[in-house]
Design a binder for this molecule. Structure first.
Ligand SMILES: [Zn+2]
Ligand SMILES: [Zn+2]
Length: 138
């Protein structure tokens, strides 16, 4: 954990370690959810400190921010592979999906209007297995 912080040329601090550990065990969490997780380990942490750590990690390429419509920004450690997300429209659970084809941008627009496309971000919306079971039981 400390190694990946050091390799990003960042100073290893307790809040940084705690945020990275929380993101490792619980991907796709908002800053507020992370704050709750980190606070359990490090009671002196503030929400502001968590935002600061996330900004530093984001700049260093250690975390990726995903922003499904209607949801707060979510953070995860899986970076650099341009994977996509499945989001449940009922309970908002988020799962990773590998690239549709090959590597980034993995989806090529039919007409790129002259853009040099470097990434494609796809959100698949649907009902997660647990919600399908819940709804079937109603
Ligand atoms: Zn669901
Ligand atoms: Zn993801």
């Amino acid at each position: 954990m400390a190694d990946s912080i050091r390799s990003a040329a960042l100073k290893v601090t307790e809040p940084r370690l705690a945020v990275l550990a929380a993101l490792t065990s619980t991907p796709h969490v908002s800053a507020e959810q992370l704050f709750t997780l980190v606070k359990a380990q490090l009671p002196s942490t503030s929400l502001q400190a968590v935002y600061g750590v996330l900004a530093a990690f984001g700049n260093a390429g250690l975390v990726r921010k995903v922003e499904p419509a209607g949801s707060p920004a979510l953070f995860e450690r899986r970076v650099g592979d341009n994977h996509h997300h499945l989001v449940c429209t009922r309970c908002s659970v988020v799962h990773d999906v590998d690239c549709a084809v090959g590597s980034a941008p993995c989806l090529v627009p039919e007409n790129d209007s002259g853009f040099a496309v470097h990434a494609a971000e796809v959100t698949y919306w649907g009902l997660c297995p647990a919600c399908q079971v819940d709804l079937a039981a109603l």
